[in-house]
Design a protein around this ligand. Structure first.
Ligand code: F6P
Length: 322
């Protein structure tokens, strides 16, 4: 193998740059040429690329976002788009591909591998942490730290006014950001798509919150069954008019910012090992880290969403926020 391609794809996440840097520098160490395509699959379809050198990835380990830019490519969902991408990769002599992205990107990889027979390795990159086969996805640690910092600030004002705050965090199909950040911020309640949220018992719980508790925080994952934090806030307002309620949507601040130390190390580890994986014959697998060990999961399995939350963690919120 002499020449590989790389893309960052789907929603950006802090740590993608650290991973890219590791991929490029490891590849160069093993005498591989690295071609970076801009804006994910869009760049492969449009032949927008550049050769990445050691210096192209200088000074980026600490930066959020992705210097290669990213996109959720609609064209890559079509047969034509995939065929054009495969044709362009062949013409450029690309012999292996590294994709830093989430489930949509890996679904794309499955389709691409039907059109071109080159090994593809995925580095799990999404703030949602919802891929099967890894304890950690690039961006998750930074995102949960961003959420905790924001909730701590909201807690200050909630305390001062004796208010209930309903805070919406990201996670279109997954409540993992909500779960971890709820524990770390001492939230009183959690609403996530993975749990059957019984609004009756939530309202009962809210009514029973001890009066000495001056602030109450409800963390809602955006993919919840009630339709988001505003809907949950309205429900609480209707049934518990005695509470002064405010709603905050944290939004895209969760996707940006400097990656945490853990993020940079894990992203580098995954990027470094993706090249070793390509060179040792792995193909069409997502690199992950499970119990501190590098793991490989076939794309087909990785894209199946984690639909169960750790019950201990869920119970902890109940007991510790009493
Ligand atoms: O997939 C990561 C994620 O941040 C989700 O949690 C969120 O629903 C989505 O991306 C938002 O994506 P965008 O605003 O880029 O369309």
């Amino acid at each position: 193998m002499k020449k590989i391609g790389i893309i960052t794809s789907g929603g950006d996440s802090p740590g993608m740059n650290a991973c890219l840097r590791a991929v490029v520098r490891t590849a160069i160490h093993y005498n591989l040429e690295v071609v970076g395509f801009y804006r994910g699959y869009e760049g492969i379809i449009d032949n927008k690329h550049c050769v990445l050198t050691t210096t192209s990835v200088s000074g980026i380990i600490q930066r959020g976002g992705t210097i290669l830019k990213t996109a959720r490519s609609e064209r890559f969902r079509t047969k034509d788009g995939i065929k054009t991408a495969a044709k362009n990769l062949k013409a450029l002599g690309i012999e292996g591909l590294v994709i830093i992205g989430g489930d949509g990107s890996f679904r794309g990889a499955i389709e691409l591998s039907k059109e071109i027979n080159i090994p593809i390795i995925g580095c799990a990159g999404t703030i949602d942490n919802d891929l099967v086969g890894t304890d950690f996805t690039i961006g998750y640690d930074t995102a949960i730290n961003t959420v905790v910092e924001a909730v701590d600030k909201i807690r200050d004002t909630a305390e001062s006014h004796d208010r209930v705050f309903v805070i919406e965090v990201m996670g279109r199909d997954a409540g993992l950001i909500a779960l971890r950040s709820a524990i770390a911020s001492g939230a009183e309640a959690l609403i996530v798509p993975e749990l059957k949220n019984d609004i009756e018992s939530l309202l009962k719980k809210i009514k029973n919150w001890r009066s000495s508790k001056s602030s109450k925080i409800v963390i809602v994952a955006e993919g919840d069954e009630f339709g988001g934090a505003y809907k949950v806030g309205d429900l609480i307002k209707k049934h518990c008019p005695e509470f002064d309620i405010r709603v905050t949507i944290l939004g895209h601040i969760q996707r940006g910012g400097n990656p945490t130390c853990m993020e940079r190390v894990n992203a580098s580890l995954v990027g470094f090992n993706s090249i070793k994986a390509l060179l040792s014959g792995h193909k069409n697998e997502m690199m992950g880290i499970v119990d501190k060990k590098i793991t490989y999961t076939p794309f087909e399995k990785a894209v199946k969403h984690i639909d169960k939350l750790n019950e201990d963690l869920v119970q902890m919120i109940e007991i510790l926020s009493s």
